[in-house]
Design a binder for this molecule. Sequence first.
Ligand SMILES: CC(=O)SCCNC(=O)CCNC(=O)[C@H](O)C(C)(C)COP(=O)(O)OP(=O)(O)OC[C@H]1O[C@@H](n2cnc3c(N)ncnc32)[C@H](O)[C@@H]1OP(=O)(O)O
Length: 200
Amino acid sequence: MSEQPLRCSGAIRPEEENLYDRRILEEVKLEEWAKVVFDPTLSVDDPGEGLFIRPLRRSDYNKGFLQLLGQLTSVGDVTEDQFRETFKKMKSSPDTYFVTVIEDVNTGDVIGTTTLFIEQKFIRGCARRARIEDVVVNDKYRGKQLGKFLVIVLVLLAKSLGCYKISLDCRDTMIPFYESLGFSKEPQNGNFLKSQKKNA
Ligand SMILES: CC(=O)SCCNC(=O)CCNC(=O)[C@H](O)C(C)(C)COP(=O)(O)OP(=O)(O)OC[C@H]1O[C@@H](n2cnc3c(N)ncnc32)[C@H](O)[C@@H]1OP(=O)(O)O
């Protein structure tokens, strides 16, 4: 499905503004990632009947985006102003935040999301590395390859953006899922260390 431009008097309505340019998603060709097979075939143009993959939009506050994230972790009471301010901050750092969603166009709900975060480094000749974060599919839509689809689309996007490394953190129970998508634990570097919340 090609992008349906939502325009008002020739300009994209501010509430329909994409976080990033969707054309870079259109360049992603899943068939180039031979490690993972989609059966039936999915593509950015056709992620499934009535579904549309696109960048996060300002209007997604009212399309269940935060409720969807609530199926992953605690979101808290985020007001629409906070959401818009955060969207603005992300958008003001181009080539950094690729928050991507799947919308069910029949209901208008956001039913899947994940984020590609790209970190600029000085090492490796000022290279960029990518992290995949916040992968979640609405529980009513699970088992349709959408989680796999979102992750692989962002892996290919990171590769097309020249990232030298793509990584993620997950619970032990999710390791088989990510291993099936071509991720592996780094030998002797599998430790995830986080700062304690309070001074012990
Ligand atoms: C980096 C992070 O964000 S980690 C956080 C991951 N997200 C969560 O835990 C949130 C709650 N869970 C979810 O939203 C979903 O269950 C997801 C995103 C993990 C999977 O989404 P789905 O759309 O149901 O997965 P999808 O249909 O693409 O499954 C692809 C394959 O992975 C397998 N799979 C799905 N979930 C799991 C799992 N929890 N553990 C192991 N394998 C799994 C499926 O069986 C399927 O296997 P197959 O290809 O052999 O049939």
